[in-house]
Design a protein around this ligand. Structure first.
Ligand code: SF4
Length: 58
């Protein structure tokens, strides 16, 4: 997965949606701090109103 920091506005909906605790908001931008835990389920990208998250590979 990747996060477009130009689009991210730090709502945090992605963080709440990820049961694998991959994401964290740091200085109002989401970061995949535990990317190794990502399952590619797309829950975060579906919750992101800013369309800042792309799932590029699992
Ligand atoms: S794709 Fe799924 S597992 Fe990966 S960061 Fe998003 S919600 Fe979490």
């Amino acid at each position: 997965m990747s996060i477009d920091s130009d689009k991210c506005v730090g709502y945090g909906d992605c963080v709440k949606s990820c049961v694998y605790v991959v994401l964290e908001i740091i200085d109002n931008i989401a970061y995949p701090v535990k990317l190794e835990n990502c399952k590619g389920c797309k829950d975060c990208s579906q919750e992101c109103e800013a369309e800042a998250i792309k799932i590029v590979h699992i």
